[in-house]
Design a protein around this ligand. Structure first.
Ligand SMILES: [Zn+2]
Length: 436
C-alpha cells in the first residue's frame, strides 16, 4: 500500500507545483472532535483524525476547497468516535481515495462494547482493518520537504522500549506526532493527557514548536505545565465544540496557556456557548465560529517556507507569525542518535547526520563533541550529498553517548557549531530522532 502511494504521489506533486514552498494545515470545524488535513508542498495529503460519525461531508468540503481528492496518509490517533467516526463516509465517497492508514494497533485492548459498536465496525471495515500500527519512533514519508515522527502511541513514548506500565486510558494512548517543514515545527497529540505529556517532557522530546494543536480539545487533564513549557508554542489551535457536554476548552487550561512566556496566540475552532461553569473562551476575535450550528470554523494555517512565516486564517481574518529563528537547517544536522545499541556500545553506538541544505558538504574536519570535550571524527563519511543521510558508528572513538542522557554538539571544520541535541534517557536498540 505504501509503495503504491509513493508512485501516485509523484503525479500529484506535479499537479500541485503551484503550491511549492507552502504547507497548508486545515483544522477542520467538526464541533466536538478533531480532524486536521495537511497538504504538503508537493501536494501530498495527511489527514489526522476525521471527526464524528456524520462529519464526512465537512471533510469533503474542505478537501474540495483545498483542491485535493486523495488522502495519502490517514492517522486515527485513538479509538474514540470523535476522532475516527467520519472516515467511512469519506472513503465511500466517489472520487476520494485513502491510500494508507495508521492507528495505534492493539485492538484487543478495547472493551467488546467498543469493538462491536456500529461506528467502530464501520471504521474497521473501511480503514482500520488495513491500517498499519504506528509506534513511537516511526515516521511517515509524507513529503521530502517534511518530517512526520511518531512521538507516542499506546501510552509509550519515543525512547521507551517496553514501559513497565503501558497505557490503560484510551485518550492518553493517542498517537502523537511532531511534524516539521524546514524550520517550522508543529505538534499534534490527539487526546493525550498528563501521564504521556509528562514522559515526553521528561525526555525533552518535543521542544520549542511554532504551533501546538492542543491536546484533548483543551481539556483540564491535558496541556500540563511542564509539557507546555517545553513546547513554548507561539500559536495554539484548539479544536473544540460549542456545547456543554465536555466544557472544552477549560478556563484553567486557557490560563495555563496564557501564562506562558512569551504569551502564545490561542485560537479556537468554535466558541464554547454555555456560561457559568468551568468551560472558557479566548476573545471572540480569535474564535473561528461564534455560532452554535455553523460548520464554518475551520482554521487554515499556511506555512511559507521561503518567507519564513505562517498565517493563521479564519472568518476573513488572518494573523501572520514568523517561524521561530532556530538554527536554520541549511546544512548538515544531527538527525538521530543511538546511545544504547544492541551489542558492544563502544562499537555500535551510532549517530545519523542529514544534509538539510541545498548542496553537498564534505565532512573532513567535522566532529561530534560531548560536554566533556570528547569527540568523534566524521571525516570518514566523506561528502554528504544534499538531502542525504549517513550513519557513523562509534567504532572505538572516545565520545560515548551516555544512556542516562547527554548533550551532543556538531562542529564544522572551522570549529563552528552547526547543531546541538540534548536527550535525557535512552532504551536499548531504540534510536532517538532529533526532529532537526
Ligand atoms: Zn477527542
Amino acid at each position: 500500500m505504501r509503495r503504491a502511494t509513493l508512485l501516485s504521489g509523484l503525479f500529484l506533486g506535479l499537479a500541485a507545483a503551484g503550491h511549492a514552498q507552502t504547507l497548508r494545515i486545515h483544522h477542520i470545524d467538526v464541533d466536538q472532535g478533531a480532524a486536521t488535513l495537511f497538504v504538503s508542498p508537493g501536494g501530498r495529503t495527511l489527514l489526522i483524525d476525521s471527526g464524528k460519525n456524520g462529519h464526512g461531508g465537512r471533510l469533503r468540503a474542505v478537501m474540495q476547497q483545498a483542491g485535493v481528492t486523495r488522502i495519502d496518509h490517514f492517522v486515527a490517533t485513538h479509538y474514540h468516535e470523535d476522532h475516527y467516526g467520519g472516515i467511512d463516509e469519506l472513503r465511500s465517497a466517489p472520487q476520494i481515495t485513502i491510500a494508507a492508514a495508521y492507528d495505534r494497533g492493539d485492538k484487543a485492548f478495547l472493551p467488546a462494547s467498543r469493538r462491536t459498536s456500529p461506528t467502530f465496525v464501520d471504521y474497521e471495515t473501511h480503514v482500520g482493518s488495513m491500517a498499519d500500527a504506528l509506534t513511537r519512533g516511526e515516521t511517515i514519508a509524507l513529503d521530502p520537504a517534511m518530517t512526520v515522527t511518531c512521538i507516542s502511541a499506546g501510552g509509550a513514548v519515543l525512547g521507551e522500549a517496553n514501559p513497565a506500565a503501558p497505557g490503560n486510558d484510551e485518550n492518553d494512548m493517542s498517537i502523537s506526532l511532531l511534524i516539521t517543514f524546514g524550520r517550522f515545527r508543529y505538534f499534534v497529540g490527539g487526546d493525550i493527557e498528563t501521564p504521556t505529556e509528562a514522559k515526553i517532557a521528561d525526555r525533552d522530546l518535543v521542544m520549542d514548536v511554532d504551533v501546538y494543536n492542543a491536546d484533548h480539545h483543551g481539556a483540564e487533564n491535558g496541556s500540563s505545565p511542564a509539557f507546555l513549557t517545553d513546547l513554548r508554542p507561539n500559536a495554539i489551535v484548539i479544536s473544540n465544540g460549542s456545547r456543554a457536554d465536555y466544557r472544552h476548552p477549560r478556563q484553567v487550561t486557557l490560563d495555563r496557556m496564557t501564562g506562558l512566556s512569551p504569551r502564545p496566540a490561542i485560537f479556537q475552532t468554535n466558541k464554547y456557548l454555555p456560561t457559568g461553569d468551568d468551560g472558557g473562551n479566548v476573545a471572540d476575535q480569535f474564535i473561528a465560529d461564534l455560532e452554535a450550528v455553523d460548520a464554518d470554523g475551520t482554521i487554515l494555517i499556511t506555512v511559507n517556507g521561503a518567507a519564513g512565516s505562517y498565517a493563521v486564517a479564519y472568518r476573513g481574518q488572518s494573523h501572520t507569525f514568523p517561524i521561530k529563528p532556530r538554527a536554520p537547517a541549511t546544512s548538515v544536522v544531527i538527525a538521530s542518535l543511538l546511545p544504547d545499541p544492541v551489542g558492544d556500545e563502544s562499537i555500535f553506538e551510532a549517530v545519523t547526520l542529514r544534509n538539510a541544505g541545498p548542496s553537498a558538504v564534505t565532512l573532513t574536519g567535522w566532529v561530534l563533541r560531548d560536554a566533556g570535550g570528547r569527540v568523534w571524527a566524521l571525516g570518514s563519511l566523506g561528502t554528504l550529498p544534499a538531502g542525504q543521510s549517513a550513519t557513523i558508528r562509534r567504532n572505538g572513538m572516545p565520545l560515548s553517548l551516555n544512556n542516562g542522557g547527554d548533550e551532543i554538539v556538531l562542529l564544522d571544520a572551522g570549529g563552528g557549531e552547526r547543531d546541538r541535541f540534548r536527550y535525557t534517557s535512552a532504551q536499548e536498540g531504540v534510536p532517538i530522532p532529533t526532529g532537526h
